[in-house]
Design a protein around this ligand. Structure first.
Ligand code: EPU
Length: 333
């Protein structure tokens, strides 16, 4: 079913709690609705498809149509002695899927526990935490191709996945994801790559890891339903080995992680922390004290301009001190 709302208040649709509106809001709950939605949208009107709104910053009212999928469903599409493959509706809440998978004892998603948002958006964004990324479990993305006006199955190898990157982000608006196929393991092997999880060798099931991840996240990150935020506001910068060598000469303690593409990843949280910006406020916007990569709206009174001004302050401080330009992870609309 397709539901259409005019002059729609988006404050409950973005975890940053920005009080903005859109001209039209369209919600649908089955893949068969998608061609109809696009037929009705017409050619000229701007549109934006959202998920749980947990990685978005609305900078002003949206003069177009915001689309949202409520497509439900968790279906087993393949079952072998070692693995199970699930087809998950784009509108399913990621963490509910993770909790359910852990209850079955199926491994692969547990390190992503408590990441806010919905399944479709997780596949767009290639969400990641604690040593796992969505691409590690995705096998196919099922989508509607708005150019060819047909349904397509995209194998994970063709999704262009990288660190918070995908083909769906680059070729924006082309594919509308309606289901995501993921493969989970029945033979539990914990992923303990992340330093804070290394001591968990006694974990016997995915639920043990899920519980540890939840405790770790709660010690650092605000839950968006309690303190509005959009999670990490910036991506961790990846710099050249030469740039890194210079930086390390001045700051021997700088944490760093080599990446597969020969670059060095340095934590934006550390750079911001060194600039002494924890807890800094602009209007109603505040840098989270326990994890300065997160910009929060603690009293729900921050305007988009407050957030943008605080973002600018952070970017300028890090640039001045380290000559590194931070780029937002949060999508600005
Ligand atoms: N750090 C500080 N001061 C702080 C906090 C952190 O110096 O107050 C330094 C520490 O050296 C720490 C390093 O920053 O070791 C990294 O911090 P953390 O492990 O918390 O992870 P992160 O790199 O800041 C990324 C993701 C998070 C994800 C965590 C855990 C990005 C942009 N963010 O943060 O994802 O939960 O790793 O895997 O990659 C999100 O995307 O919304 C998100 C929360």
């Amino acid at each position: 079913m397709i539901k259409i709302f005019d002059d729609y208040d988006l404050s409950g649709r973005n975890t940053m709690a920005m009080a903005v509106k859109c001209k039209r809001f369209i919600e649908y709950d089955q893949k068969e609705d998608i061609p109809q939605v696009f037929k009705d949208l017409g050619q000229r009107e701007p549109w934006l498809h959202i998920g749980g709104g947990s990685n978005l910053l609305f900078t002003c009212d949206y003069e177009g149509t915001v689309l949202h999928s409520r497509i439900p469903g968790i279906e087993v599409i393949e079952d072998t002695p070692e693995t199970v493959t699930l087809r998950i509706g784009a509108g399913e809440t990621l963490d509910e899927v993770i909790e359910w998978a852990c209850e079955q004892g199926w491994g692969g998603l547990e390190n992503l526990s408590l990441i806010p948002g919905e399944m479709g958006a997780a596949a767009v964004q290639n969400v990641g935490a604690y040593g796992t990324e969505a691409k590690d479990v995705i096998v196919h993305v099922q989508a509607y191709d708005t150019h060819e006006r047909t349904f397509v199955t995209i194998p994970v190898a063709d999704c262009g996945y990288g660190y918070r990157q995908s083909r769906f982000k680059h070729d924006k608006g082309r594919f509308i994801i309606h289901d995501v196929d993921i493969r989970l393991s029945k033979n539990f092997t914990p992923n303990l790559k992340y330093p804070g999880l290394r001591d968990l060798h006694s974990a016997t099931c995915p639920m043990d890891i899920r519980n540890a991840v939840i405790a770790l996240r709660d010690s650092k990150l605000p839950r968006p339903e309690q303190v509005p935020s959009a999670g990490s506001f910036f991506m961790n910068p990846q710099i050249t080995p030469e740039q890194f060598a210079q930086l390390q000469a001045n700051y021997p303690a700088i944490p760093h992680y080599p990446t597969a593409n020969g670059l060095m990843k340095v934590p934006a949280a550390w750079l911001i922390d060194q600039c002494r910006l924890k807890g800094v406020e602009v209007g109603g916007a505040k840098v989270w004290s326990k994890q300065p990569l997160v910009i929060t709206n603690p009293d729900r009174r921050a305007t988009p301009d407050d957030i943008l001004a605080l973002e600018k302050k952070i970017v300028e401080a890090v640039k001045a001190r380290f000559n590194i330009t931070l780029h937002p992870e949060v999508e600005h609309v």
